[in-house]
Design a protein around this ligand. Structure first.
Ligand code: ADP
Length: 474
């Protein structure tokens, strides 16, 4: 079976088909009116005219120039008019031919009109006549005629009888048919021209954009779209341009990350290896410091690998929110204590102040992870300062967690980008910090998943305050 897949059609062919279809529909309507319905229309219009003429004749019956008036009307409307008395006797007529039986026929018509409330229609089909008024031989198309009888008011004692052909004249039909062919031709030419123009204006820019988009799909992020012609195309180009720029940025950052990560992986790995080698060669001289280096470096590696794994999981939306009711106050407290424990030797002071024990309906592991990232950043970027404050405040129906450090702060030009994946501040590696540039983008993703808000205030050289806010329970 042949099936027509309309979705597979090119836009220009679609436009073309629609226009031609529309054109065919119009032609069909025109054809219907000019052939099938022509007779009915013509007949109704003729009857309307005949009635109007009868009224005109009647209203002028008393005039001196009535003979002229009926001659005029009869010529203009191509009808014969008889004015008779109520016995059918002719008073005035628009033609000269005489017929002896006419009075009897008129009499009959008048009596019918009397029975029918003053007017009477009689349809008949006269034989087609040649110019000498003789019936034409052969099978000529049947004409339909009408004799319309209208009685005047009783006291006038007068009737108007009109005889007219009410079928369209052959010449008219031929003219209309010729016009139909003509109009069909013009419409088809117009539809095709219009289709070509529209196709050019609509589908060409789309095809161009498609070509460029194919380049983008292949990884050429320098591709730019310049579609114009109409609003939607310009807008689509704009959107695709933004997408190309963003993809380009991500790609650049990704490459940088790869370089950073491989660098950051190599340094601790080679440290671990050389210290282990040392310990292996001189087992008797193992120092506390050597063991600490190995432990520190292993911890860095773990953080790095965890960050990369976390972000890719979150990015792929593989992880759904595993929400439950828990005390955010307790989670923050536990995480703070864990970090403090890790930093015992560095004598960090983390001060946690909170107003109340607040419960939330959220994913505890993820919220704890987000807070942990902010806290670890505060530690990493604290510089000489050894104090970090954490506060929990409630406003309306949400709870806000703030982490403030008094370290190096963030350069103003870095602030808009720090939440981006792989972005690392331009003042990095000061304390040999192993960062991936993923910590804050993980925070961002987690808080967004929870429908919360987040932000930062920072002054370069003075410190930073990072915060996030999510809905609280009760
Ligand atoms: P990183 O692994 O580099 O810390 P993040 O996404 O956690 O990655 O942070 C992105 C960048 O934001 C960091 O490289 C750093 O420049 C800046 N930053 C984040 N937190 C702080 C902070 N508390 N103080 C100063 N700079 C910060």
């Amino acid at each position: 079976m042949i099936s027509l897949n309309f979705n597979g059609l090119r836009l220009k062919w679609k436009i073309f088909t629609f226009l031609l279809g529309f054109c065919a529909l119009l032609l069909l309507i025109l054809w219907l009116f000019q052939t099938v319905l022509l007779d009915a229309f013509y007949k109704n219009i003729r009857i309307m005219e005949i009635k109007r003429d009868a009224i005109t004749v009647m209203s002028n019956a008393g005039n001196d120039d009535i003979a002229e008036i009926i001659a005029d009307i009869s010529e203009n409307s191509d009808i014969t008019i008889d004015i008779t008395d109520l016995s059918g006797k002719s008073i005035l007529r628009s033609y000269s031919a005489q017929d002896r039986h006419v009075a009897e026929v008129f009499m009959l018509l008048i009596s019918q009109a009397r029975e029918n409330g003053g007017e009477f229609y009689e349809y008949f089909s006269p034989p087609a006549m040649n110019p000498r008024n003789r019936p034409m031989p052969g099978n000529r198309p049947q004409m339909q005629s009408l004799i319309y009888t209208k009685l005047a008011d009783e006291e006038d004692g007068m009737a108007v009888i009109i005889n007219a052909v009410i079928s369209p004249v052959n010449a008219t039909v031929t003219t209309l048919r010729f016009q139909l062919y003509f109009v069909s031709g013009i419409m088809i030419i117009l539809a095709v021209t219009l289709a070509i123009i529209i196709a050019k204006r609509v589908s060409t820019p789309i095809e161009e954009i498609n070509r460029e988009a194919a380049k983008l799909a292949k990884g050429n992020y320098d591709t730019r779209f310049a579609g114009k012609g109409f609003y939607e195309i310009a807008e689509l180009s704009e959107t695709l341009n933004t997408a190309a720029v963003e993809l380009g940025k991500v790609e650049k950052l990704r490459r940088e990350l790869l370089a950073n990560v491989s660098h950051d992986l190599r340094t601790p790995l080679s440290l671990i290896y050389s210290y282990s080698e040392l310990m292996n060669d001189f087992p008797g001289e193992i120092t506390q410091e050597q063991i600490k280096v190995i432990m520190d470096e292993s911890r860095r590696l773990t953080t790095l690998v965890n960050d990369v794994l976390d972000i890719s999981k979150l990015e792929n939306e593989m992880e759904q929110l595993n929400s439950s009711r828990f005390s955010i106050t307790e989670t923050v407290l536990k995480t703070t204590m864990r970090v403090e424990e890790l930093l015992r030797s560095e004598q960090f002071e983390i001060i946690f102040s909170y107003d109340d024990d607040i419960y939330v309906d959220a994913d505890e592991t993820k919220i704890s992870r987000a807070f942990y990232n902010l806290l670890v950043n505060a530690v990493n970027y604290s510089g000489a300062s050894r104090t970090i404050t954490v506060t929990q405040t409630t406003t309306g129906d949400s709870v806000k967690i703030t982490v403030t450090d008094f370290g190096e702060g963030i350069a103003e030009y870095d602030i808009p980008y720090i939440w981006d994946r792989y972005y690392r501040g331009s003042e990095k590696h000061k304390r040999g910090i192993t960062g991936t540039g993923l910590g804050l983008s993980i925070v961002k993703k987690i808080i967004e998943l929870h429908g919360g808000t987040y932000g930062v205030q920072s002054e370069f050289g003075k410190g930073s305050t990072f915060w996030f806010e999510i809905a609280k329970l009760g």
